[in-house]
Design a protein around this ligand. Structure first.
Ligand code: AHG
Ligand code: MN
Ligand code: MN
Length: 334
């Protein structure tokens, strides 16, 4: 059988009237930018791209050189094509307006240019996460407010993972497709059709070094998993934590599991570490489209009304049975 490239998949989606032509172009441009980021990441020390940039982002986190490079690659690739009204990024405080010399389109693009960047210098998988929204009608200079739409409004979401293979996982709202980069040819090839997260699992992912700060429902749930087959859950669990959300989510998409980054008592005013608009929402869309679930412990993440671009949220996502259990424990503790 002939290979189905990302371009062919998208063109066929457009032909079936599933995907408008300008959205298809947008996804192609993002994928092209991810190829460039993959190339930069893979050069490592040879490309002089490792280490800190010497600046902090709006969240007060030290930016890596590759955070800045990846952000610039995405901005430059997407600003001239006429498909976007504006962009927003983890690495920029405010919305990025399309320069006046270029035409504007009807979509808003949000991204985490390089997720898991603390792993770059140790050669562990990192990735790019993106989310696509429609620009509200009549808005010509989209500022923060235009972006503050719940995740259910996303028209597309995906991530690229830069691991042993570079892959692009994509949803346009009709399931999840996985594409692997053929580096010699330079194209993403459909390798994972109908990605599905198993409903049950025996694997969980959480940064256990924060245990002393967790709230009671998380303490209960994790201690029950650790109790194994003689405990209340009557099965043994394995634990994995890569500290790249992209890599942890990719494992869960592949073989199941639950990923947790709960709110905790370290900074009670911040509901968790991960960002709603460009980490939790796109990952929740992908996980739900693959048959899994995603909540903040109480509510479905994609139904949350965002109040700011860089808002944080607690995240429980992955295999349905376990996400439902974690959510039930939170509701019971209310
Ligand atoms: P980013 O590199 O984009 O700032 O995101 C890092 C996130 C996420 O990828 C990961 O799951 C989490 O931070 C790891 O947090 P800990 O350092 O607390 O393990
Ligand atoms: Mn991130
Ligand atoms: Mn990042």
């Amino acid at each position: 059988m002939s290979r189905i490239t990302l371009s062919r998949y998208l063109i066929e989606q457009t032909r079936n009237q599933e995907t408008p032509a300008d959205l298809r172009f947008l996804i192609e441009v993002v994928a092209r930018a991810c190829k460039a980021i993959s190339h930069a990441v893979s050069k490592g020390a040879l490309g002089g791209v490792l280490g800190n940039a010497g600046t902090d982002n709006v969240q007060g986190e030290a930016q890596k050189k590759l955070d800045v490079i990846s952000n610039e690659i995405l901005l430059e690739a997407n600003e001239w094509g006429g498909h976007l009204a504006a962009m927003a990024s983890e690495e920029m405080e405010d919305a990025y307006q399309i320069p006046g010399e270029f035409p504007k389109g009807k979509y808003l693009l949000l991204f985490d240019p390089l997720d898991g960047s603390s792993n770059i210098d140790v050669n562990v998988s990192v990735g790019t996460i993106f989310s696509v929204l429609r620009c509200p009608e009549g808005v010509t200079l989209p500022c923060e407010k235009a972006f503050l739409q719940p995740g259910v409004e996303q028209v597309a979401a995906g991530y690229a993972i830069y691991g042993p293979q570079t892959m692009l996982m994509l949803t346009l709202g009709h399931g999840v497709k996985g594409f692997t980069l053929d580096r010699e040819v330079g194209s993403f090839v459909l390798t994972h059709d109908n990605v599905h997260v198993p409903e049950t699992t025996q694997e969980f992912a959480i940064n256990a070094s924060n245990q002393r700060h967790w709230e009671e429902p998380v303490q209960r749930y994790v201690s029950e998993m650790l109790a194994g087959e003689t405990g209340p859950l009557e099965k043994n669990y394995n634990m994995r934590w890569i500290a790249s959300m992209v890599a942890d989510v990719h494992r869960i998409l592949t073989r199941g599991g639950i990923f947790m980054y709960p709110r905790d008592a370290r900074e009670p005013e911040k509901p968790g570490k991960l960002r709603l608009m460009y980490e939790a929402n796109p990952m929740s869309f992908i996980i739900e489209q693959a048959g899994g679930a995603a909540t903040n412990g109480v509510q479905r993440i994609m139904e949350l009304q965002p109040s700011s671009l860089h808002e944080r949220v607690a995240v429980f996502l992955g295999s349905k049975e376990e996400v439902e259990r974690a959510t039930r424990y939170h509701r019971e503790a209310q």
